[in-house]
Design a protein around this ligand. Structure first.
Ligand code: SAM
Length: 293
């Protein structure tokens, strides 16, 4: 299974791209019938998987963290790209297939059987890892909120390359004055650059989901000074919780928000979806300054 395609490589050195059996065969041999409860929609097209693995840039000698490797299609692509991979999988049926990959790639793959929501990523993946995952739909948004939220910044990850339902991906990269613009966009964009890197047709998955998918790529940037993530989150929850209402109504329950609007000269008759990310950040900063005073 692991024939050496690189005769010039020193004896015993790991082969970066060993010959592997087709993913369909791996799935059949290990009886990996897709489980809906675990959000299992597998990608089998190796060229597509290689394209996804290239989105973060060169992974040669980099660390990658994958959630939900399943039968290992994306894992193979990350390993072929030269990464050292830590992958967290909840479905123990996948472990024997992943053990074969471990063997083929000379120990560059670490598999952890766990619920990704319970993993302590900085100690598991290490700081500076590139997160690359075809996320299970049931936990995708929860992981995203966890990776982008909180007061601790810069984050433990160097980049996020994540497959979502297309509608969720569009909410992450949305601009003001569009229906998709809301809490996810602010969370993704106030201290990161988020872009839609690739659309993926539903027919690329086995079994095909009902909806289209898309990959977003996110790079952290410096956090704006003196802004609390918790305050910004409280503000956007209120503002978009009643997105059809004017700000003077929607954010009135957030202490200091109306004063902040006045101080910044932001018209309280505007609605949440018209505010830029920077305006939300400025309001959160002004609320924080007022609370401290
Ligand atoms: N990476 C594979 C691919 O691209 O073909 C499989 C992706 S599939 C959409 C999602 C994977 O996440 C499945 O293998 C599923 O078992 C796994 N999974 C689901 N919930 C999980 C959780 N809470 N923690 C870790 N893995 C989970």
């Amino acid at each position: 299974m692991t024939g050496n395609l690189h005769p010039d490589r020193p004896e015993g050195a790991a082969d970066p791209s060993p010959t592997l059996p087709p993913l369909r065969e791996v799935i059949a041999r290990h009886g990996l019938n897709a489980s809906k409860a675990l959000g299992q929609n597998f990608l089998l097209d190796e060229q597509l998987l290689d394209r996804i693995a290239r989105i973060p840039g060169s992974l040669e000698a980099e660390r990658a963290y994958e959630v939900g490797p399943g039968p290992g299609g994306l894992t193979r692509a990350l390993l072929r790209a030269g990464a050292t991979v830590v992958a967290v999988e909840r479905d123990r049926r996948c472990l024997p297939a992943l053990a074969e990959l471990q063997e083929a790639f000379g120990g560059r793959l670490t598999i952890i059987e766990a619920d990704a929501l319970e993993v302590d990523e900085p100690s598991t993946a290490g700081t500076g890892a590139h997160v690359v995952a075809n996320l299970p739909y049931n936990v995708g948004t929860a992981l995203f909120v966890r990776w982008l939220g909180g007061e601790c910044w810069p984050p433990w990850w160097a980049s996020l390359t994540l497959m979502f339902q297309k509608e969720v991906a569009e909410r992450i990269v949305a601009r003001p004055d569009t229906p998709a613009y809301g809490r996810l966009a602010i969370l993704a964009q106030w201290r990161s650059e988020a872009r839609l890197a690739m659309k993926v047709h539903r027919s690329a998955f086995v079994p095909p989901p009902k909806v289209m998918s898309a990959v977003v790529h996110i790079l952290p940037k410096a956090a704006p000074d003196a802004v609390s993530a918790a305050t910004l989150e409280k503000l956007t929850a209120a503002a978009f919780g009643q997105r059809r209402k004017m700000l003077r109504r929607s954010v009135q329950a957030v202490a200091g928000a109306l004063d902040a609007l006045e101080m910044l000269g932001i018209d309280p008759e505007r609605r949440a979806e018209t505010l830029t990310v920077n305006e939300f950040v400025a309001i959160a900063r002004a609320i924080g300054a007022r609370t401290k005073a």
